[in-house]
Design a protein around this ligand. Sequence first.
Ligand code: TRP
Length: 349
Amino acid sequence: MKKIILTGDRPTGPLHLGHYVGSLKNRVALQNADDYDEMYVFIADTQALTDNFKNPKKVHDNVIEVMLDYLSVGLDPEKVTFFIQSKIPELCELTMYYMNLVTLSRLERNPTVKQELKEKDFKTSIPVGFLTYPVSQTADITAFEATIVPVGEDQLPMLEQAREIVRSFNNIYGKTLVEPEALIPDSAVCRRLPGTDGKAKMSKSLGNCIYLKDDSKTVMKKVMSMYTDPKHLKITDPGNTKDNPVFIYLEALATEEHFQKYLPNYKNLTELKNHYERGGLGDVVIKMFLYNVIEDVLNPIRQRRHYYEDNLELVYKYLYEGTKKAESKAAETLAKVKKAMLIDYKNIF
Ligand code: TRP
């Protein structure tokens, strides 16, 4: 079986460090391992509209932001096919046929959708488009016969739902679709990076993100005002490293080389943590270290971003060509689906 990697993001804002450690870094590693047949990374504007339908400008403007983030982290248009979801009408058509294979109660049980419904406060006026976005996501995945879907942990219920739809389709109409598998980071800290305020998740609406496009001054400000251990008042106080986002970020990002370069008195994070927990280590030292680590991660990303910001016509070209290529693949799958469902009417058309 072919190895086909596919993933995407909703263009609702620029991508942040949580996206980076939770998924983007994984994607670049997969790309560079070169052990796959096809790789697709796409901008899920149709899906973004399911909860931003009153805000078309936000979605529109963030399409290019997200594409710039993709190129900045090192995704390579020579290796990856980039596309814009709404430009592939085959995806809507597939969604329509898959709708028959999922019940309303199953959609309402999807834990991620449930959580989002709570946050969005739709109350009893839930838009049908929003509730059914996992079906449309199944179309995104199956149209490209994706076998591996690198995503954040919150997307596991979507993959589960996609697999159910695939099985149901194949049972009824004969084996046509490929069952995908999710790929999430091995490390638990990378799976869900907390916000700079210590809240469970980085989220644009909470204003607790460090964006990949933030400049050095902004990063410095954000790191210096990060939540740490509120009981660690004096340097001599013993500190808590467990629910402390500064240490969680370091766990996700700091390497032994970073210690050698910026904090050579400590060999690794365990030694640094031990000192903080014993007492005698101030927050500013650790925040300064974190700032340097983040800057090391962001500098090459910023450089690539500047290049592409100055060469936007290249960025448009990648999207244009990628979308065309992706559409022809989606059309092939749609043809197989229609044949299996006996709606290709070959003798007439
Ligand atoms: N749900 C993803 C997000 O919220 C975006 C997405 C849409 C996606 N379709 C997908 C991810 C298919 C992986 C595969 O960002």
